[in-house]
Design a protein around this ligand. Structure first.
Ligand SMILES: [Zn+2]
Length: 79
């Protein structure tokens, strides 16, 4: 199948909305600090950064990064 209407596809994706936001490792890496801060603050991190949790579930590398950031943040922070 030829990809003749890439702009139509983009429009469709926009119309379909962000039900399934795609977070890649680059975005994940950018947002992970904030995500962990929100988590530790008891905020709704999943709502603030949609799709990141799904990415963590599917990406062992980022999940590991997430774990170590959490551990780091906790040890930084006196109770
Ligand atoms: Zn990743």
């Amino acid at each position: 199948m030829k990809n003749e209407h890439p702009e139509l596809k983009q429009t469709l994706r926009r119309l379909l909305g962000p039900a399934e936001p795609e977070v890649g490792c680059d975005v994940c890496f950018e947002q992970l600090d904030r995500y962990v801060e929100l988590e530790l603050a008891g905020e709704d991190a999943d709502r603030a950064i949609p799709g990141l949790r799904a990415h963590l579930d599917g990406c062992p590398a980022c999940r590991e990064e997430h774990e170590s950031l959490r551990a780091l943040a906790r040890s930084d922070r006196p109770l």
